[in-house]
Write a protein that binds this ligand. Sequence first.
Ligand SMILES: [Zn+2]
Ligand SMILES: [Zn+2]
Length: 372
Amino acid sequence: MSSHTGRAAVFFGPGKPFQLKEIPLPEVESDGILIRISLANICGSDLHFWRGDAPLKLPDDGWIFGHEMTGRVARLGAKVRTDSLGRPLKEGDRVAYCYFYPCGRCYACLRKQPAACPNKVGRPLGPSTFPHFHGAFAEYYYVNPGGFVFTVPDELPDDIVAPVNCALSQVIYGLHVAGLRFGDSVVIQGAGGLGVQAAAVARDMGAACVIVIDQFPGRLELARAFGAHHTINLKELPDRKERVARVRSLTDGRGADVACDFVGFPQVIPEGLDMLRFGGTYLEVGTISRGVKVEIEPSTLVWGSKTVVGVIQYDPWVIPRALDFVVRTQDRYPFGKLLSHKYPLEKIDEAFAASEWANRDGTTVTRAALVP
Ligand SMILES: [Zn+2]
Ligand SMILES: [Zn+2]
């Protein structure tokens, strides 16, 4: 590899192998930052795209995707001197960063809701479009001008930092938006990467009762290691009504203050709504695929005074808090276990296939990572 190019795994659509391409490094703008990626995780939403769960319009030259990652500053724009907290930033520093860019010029941004900005994630872009490196499955990633970037504490290994800018920040922000408070009870549907970290975050936010639901014993065991007080195995309790009754009995007959979908299949939503107490809040994060539907009974929301909140991304303030959280709790929770397999970039097809398989048979593979 010459120092003027970098490799990227380009995606041409579901069912097609990735193509490894050598791509010119972008001319770094005065406010931009080029990152040399050290670790890029395969997130559940990446699997949705790869699998073809929803229609996706890709450019002719393919798409470089992936978003859960960390790396070092390779080239700093001439005007960039600090990270987003004003701390000195130089080439070679390890960083965590947002992969989305609130536009600052729309109604949501004006209302100070950057996570709700409709323009914060652009259309899929291929390698021929500047700045060429648009996603995590590559040797480089370009943080656009105005992007949020944060230096990483030395004591955190890359394995722990990589999930911070997606899974961990997502659950912290989601529970924040859902209004989880000291002493609350929370139901977490799904013990994948997001679900197990949500258990730990809920504990740290002061939840008195954390209940995690999944169908695989290994994942539920991990959820307990991440602070879940109770787990419910779908296979041991196959009747939905019995599961709802179990949650009620674990919450003094009331139901949970907060319930969260971290599953990714909308069929779990009506059950989660039933598990809420009167006045409770349902956090929807899992279902990102457009077009999928589920039937709910709206009167249960009305009579139950229930709230539903959807969260697709987090506000940038979450990343430094997420980093603080892992520094504070890395001896308490087994963050190292979240990442189970590592592959070189050229084995990306194998890495996706292994992640897909793991999700089906429930081995405790929560994340596979690429080391580009
Ligand atoms: Zn993700
Ligand atoms: Zn905006």
